[in-house]
Design a protein around this ligand. Sequence first.
Ligand code: SPD
Length: 302
Amino acid sequence: MRDLASDQPNQANLSMGSPSTSTSGWIDEHHLGVRYGLEGRILVDEHSPFQRITVIESSRYGKGLLLDGCWMTAEHQERHYHESLVHPALCSAAQLERVLVIGGGDGGTARECLRHQEVKQLEMVEIDRRVVELSQEHLPSLGGSAWSDPRLQLEIGDGIAWVANAADSSYDVILVDGSDPAGPAEGLFNKAFFEHCRRILKPGGIFATQSESPEAFQQVHIDMVRLIRKVFGYADPLYGWVPMYPSGWWSWTFAATDSNRFRNPKPERVKAIAPSCEIWSPRWQQGAFEAMPAFIERELIS
Ligand code: SPD
């Protein structure tokens, strides 16, 4: 579906050198000849069985997490990402009893989901136990009370196998909070995976995934939106910002099988959630769905 060779992220240049150093410096993700960096110091730099995991402390955004050298999250800008992924879906699905999160090991997506009191059960399937452990230790505000919420059922395992083995019509909402399409997350971007997600979604359900940058991962983004539309029937990307990601300009794609219901948040859920959001509101969401750049619109209609 995509030309990985052209869009693949490079390894980060962790210019701090040794993880034990306490000297401040620049920690950069390099992508397509541009670097995206924070000034700070490295707290942890290790290899799990799945990937390189780096935890840093930055002066601007607090503690942050990189996987295989790519920025994932940071304490003081994570709400851009997590609110954008979660609330368009959870405010508009027909029901919210059973929610599935694939990935999301830092806990931010689970935290935002569990703010919705209608959620009875949240299954989170994260492949890398060390991402969860290091996030709980160094970035505890990401997961917050989600880690001890009895509605959260954390599974350490392969999300691709999980969706392949799940029964038809199991989930009201499925959220994919993975990393970029290389390494352990690569299988979260293909047709077989999206088809299983459609199969296990209940009628009236919503599927949502981070769908990369329309600038820095342009072809991956276009291919994803096309494919998700084809598989689900209805799908639209929403455009926002995650300042430390490549280009800072990011997208999330929402899908449903019966209509573009993800564009219509339910007023009672909005009332409960919006007052404590930093980024998300129905007004912001409406603008963000409309903010499709002309070059992407041309690609998607062709
Ligand atoms: N290029 C970064 C894409 C990362 C998407 N996932 C971020 C994890 C935040 N919970």
